[in-house]
Design a protein around this ligand. Structure first.
Ligand code: ATP
Ligand code: MG
Length: 371
């Protein structure tokens, strides 16, 4: 069986460094390596609406932002099918059939959805203890089911994402197993592909909070200009106990070092900080005392700028051809529809929802009534 890669992002804002290390960088590496049959990347506008129903314009505006971010990190529309979720209506039909295979209790156990509900303030009516208060939109509560359809439509084998997606992948695998057991072996169980560096599986925000997330406003965006990036790096959370340069400093929980773990490569030292041979040497010095935050931040800034400058340049080129970008999305959506229609057809065949194609059924019913 071939390898089919799929991932998506919600158009709720521009993409940030968390997306980059958690998933985008992996997608581009897979694209460059080749050896897969198909790669799909999609903009999850239907999912974005589950918690932005009153704000459709925000979602609409961000569809093109996410598309530009995809192209600017180097996803190549010749090698990858980029599409918009809402343009593939077969996904809704799949979601409906899948929703019969999942219990309310199972959905309530999803730890990522629980956290997100708290973050978005939906849980309030249910009180502190109960994440799933009556204020949660049904569509949001059930989005893991719709996400299973997003993965299954193309029989994805490989899903490169951050660790917050682990519960979604597990839910999807359970749905696939139930479907195949009840109706027959149509669907494929996907594997999660987490970044190899553990720090990249969930990059913290610039404020030191657990996750860089659009919803928390603690992001460095891929499209930020150099002045914005500089401002964010210079005001980044470090070690609050490291007051004077001579003081010993803590590296754990210090954003500058977390980001260096995620981004710095051995080659960066001769280029940007030849006084040190490796990140371990820098960390040792910081721990001993005598190395100031500003020096570390300047190095981080140099490393980030090295990665972001080509992304910005590519973005600037694509921004000059917005109609072309929409055309890429249109073509990609058409292709995704064709693939989804094929899988849906197989699913309905297995479920015996094929009344008009089933000559035997029609003959059998006719026979029953005309004996
Ligand atoms: P929202 O706040 O709207 O949920 P988000 O910033 O969490 O936005 P998503 O669109 O939900 O972004 O996530 C898209 C992909 O990026 C997922 O694969 C997710 O695992 C990954 N991702 C998002 N934030 C991070 C992060 N801080 N570290 C690693 N991966 C991340
Ligand atoms: Mg999210």
């Amino acid at each position: 069986m071939g390898k089919i890669i799929l991932t998506g992002d919600r158009p709720t804002g521009r993409l940030h460094l968390g997306h980059y290390v958690g998933s985008l960088r992996e997608r581009v590496a897979l694209q460059e390596k080749g050896g897969y049959d198909e790669m799909f990347v999609f903009i999850a506008d239907v999912q974005a609406l589950t918690d932005n129903a009153a704000n459709p314009e925000k979602v609409r505006q961000n569809v093109i932002e996410v598309a530009l971010d995809y192209l600017s990190v180097g996803l190549d529309p010749e090698k990858v099918t980029i599409f918009i979720q809402s343009m593939v209506p077969q996904l809704h039909e799949m979601t409906q059939f899948f929703s019969n295979l999942v219990t309310v209790a199972r959905l309530q156990r999803n730890p990522t959805v629980k956290t997100e509900i708290r973050m978005r303030g939906f849980g309030e009516e249910g009180g502190e203890q109960q994440a799933f208060g009556s204020g949660v939109p049904v569509g949001f509560f059930t989005y893991p089911i719709s996400q299973a359809a997003d993965i299954c439509f193309c029989k994805a084998t490989t899903v490169p994402v951050g660790e917050d997606q682990e519960p979604m992948l597990e839910q999807c695998r359970e749905i696939v197993r139930s479907f195949n057991t009840i109706y027959g072996p149509v669907l494929v169980e996907p594997e999660i592909l987490l970044p190899s560096k553990s720090v990249c599986r969930r990059l913290p925000g610039t404020d030191g909070k657990a996750k860089m997330s659009k919803s928390l406003g603690n992001c460095i965006y891929l499209a930020d200009d150099p002045a914005e990036v500089k401002k964010k790096v210079m005001s980044m959370f470090t070690d609050p106990g490291h007051l004077k340069v001579e003081d010993p400093g803590k590296v754990e929980g210090n954003c500058v070092f977390t980001y260096l773990d995620a981004f710095a490569e051995p080659e960066d030292f001769p280029r940007f900080w030849p006084e040190y041979g490796s990140l371990d040497e820098v960390k040792d010095h910081y721990r001993r005392g005598g190395l100031g935050d500003v020096k570390c931040k300047k190095f981080l800034l140099a490393v980030l700028e090295d990665r972001l400058a080509p992304i910005r340049e590519r973005r600037a080129r694509w921004e000059k051809d917005i109609p072309g970008v929409y055309e890429i999305l249109r073509k990609g959506s058409e292709k995704a529809c064709a693939v989804a229609a094929k899988t849906l057809h197989e699913m309905k065949d297995a479920m015996k929802i094929n009344y008009f194609d089933d000559a035997a059924l029609i003959a059998e019913q006719a026979e029953k009534y005309n004996r």
